[in-house]
Design a protein around this ligand. Structure first.
Ligand code: TXA
Ligand code: MG
Length: 348
């Protein structure tokens, strides 16, 4: 995925600008716009003081705090209004930083080499001596770790310490894929929001845990299980249904909009909004209260990028029920269906 400028960028003058514009248009919204240096510096200063704020990654915006500072970690739970202390994901800027607190087996090492930086989180045993605050791991002797893309990676590098960061939303709500979604939800409960536009992946990271020779999928996400299989030549063990709750944060109802959701809809009922996928098939779609298509061409990657923003938009339109067209259960479709099922689950 193109996260850095192509070589053509090195040319100077107008030609470069045109190329840059063309390139941006082509890959938008894959390319993150970096926040300016002052905003980055301010974020690092606030984090060093134990404050928490929203920082974009390629997946979703994270609500980040210094993982070695217990007060900062507590502030994260407070701002999210999390009902329990679920373990948080740790973000690092280098492999060496991860090795300060986590133990890599051979297979996890291979996964990190092949997928970092990127949307793959590894559950690893904690080292005996480490500085991660126990609230981050909720007392477990393992941690979930990943190396994110810019701009979060630069912030971590400047801080020199790992960041704990769940998605930057109130507990149980949709994960934010834009700075605006963060501000609307968390507003003044956090010290800053770094803005780098829309995120490029749009879904949280995939979480896996290596057990001996087996790679277990704990949460489907931005890296498809098939991509991991292609890269390692090993089968990824998919965990069915409720078993995924092994990742303690994975309560059944999660990612919930205000509207209720009806999945695999073949037809639109009166008053419903429609979330489509591919060429529109749902009967009565012309009568939908509002309609957004995750991907006209049936592209799962495009659908992943749009998912949370479109759920939010249909929700904001005041629909009581959102009908969702069927989405194939392979590749990124597995993660999309997982999020949709959680959004549709009965509320606590
Ligand atoms: O893309 C992402 O992963 C985003 C961005 C901000 O990086 N982060 C994110 O973090 O989704 P969070 O904290 O919302 O989700 C982390 C998940 C939770 O479901 C948690 O239960 C699980 O990881 N988890 C954390 N530590 C774990 C552990 N030691 N064993 C199993 N699951 C763990
Ligand atoms: Mg979350």
């Amino acid at each position: 995925m193109p996260f850095s400028a192509p070589l053509d960028f090195d040319r100077s003058g107008k030609e470069t600008r045109n190329l840059a514009l063309r390139w941006r248009r082509r890959y938008w919204p894959l390319m993150p716009t970096m926040p300016d240096r002052e905003a980055l510096k301010r974020a690092v200063t606030l984090l060093a003081e134990g404050k928490v704020g929203a920082i974009p990654t390629e997946t979703v915006y994270g609500l980040a705090g210094d993982a070695e500072n217990g007060e900062a970690v507590a502030r994260i739970f407070e701002a999210k209004g999390r009902p329990q202390f679920n373990p948080l994901l740790l973000h690092v800027s280098t492999r060496a930083m991860a090795e300060r607190f986590a133990i890599f087996d051979t297979l996890s090492d291979e996964l990190a080499t092949k997928f970092w930086p990127g949307p793959l989180s590894l559950v690893l045993p904690l080292k005996a001596r480490h500085r991660i605050h126990p609230l981050v791991s909720a007392g477990l002797d393992t941690v979930a770790v990943r190396m994110p893309h810019e701009p979060m990676r630069s912030v971590i590098a400047a801080l020199g310490r790992p960041l704990a960061a769940p998605s930057a939303n109130t507990s149980g709500r949709i994960s934010p894929t834009s700075a605006r979604a963060v501000r609307d939800d968390l507003g003044d409960r956090i010290a800053f929001v770094l803005d780098s536009g829309a995120t490029s992946v749009g879904l949280e990271s995939t979480i896996v845990k290596v057990e001996g020779e087996v790679i277990r999928l704990l949460r489907p996400g931005g890296v498809a299980a098939e991509e991991i299989e292609a890269a390692t030549g090993r089968l990824v063990e998919r965990v069915q249904g409720e078993a995924t709750i092994e990742a303690p944060g994975m309560m059944a109802s999660h990612y919930a909009p205000d509207a209720h959701m009806r999945l695999n809809a073949e037809a639109v009922e009166t008053g419903e909004a429609l979330l489509g996928f591919g060429p529109v098939r749902a009967r009565g779609h012309e009568n939908a209260r509002s309609f957004l298509n995750l991907s006209n061409t049936g592209d799962l990657r495009e659908a992943a990028v749009n998912l949370f923003a479109f759920m939010q938009a249909l929700d904001a339109g005041g629909a009581r029920m959102i009908a969702v067209e069927p989405i194939p259960d392979h590749g990124l479709g597995l993660a999309i269906n997982d999020r949709l099922m959680r959004a549709a689950a009965p509320r606590a």
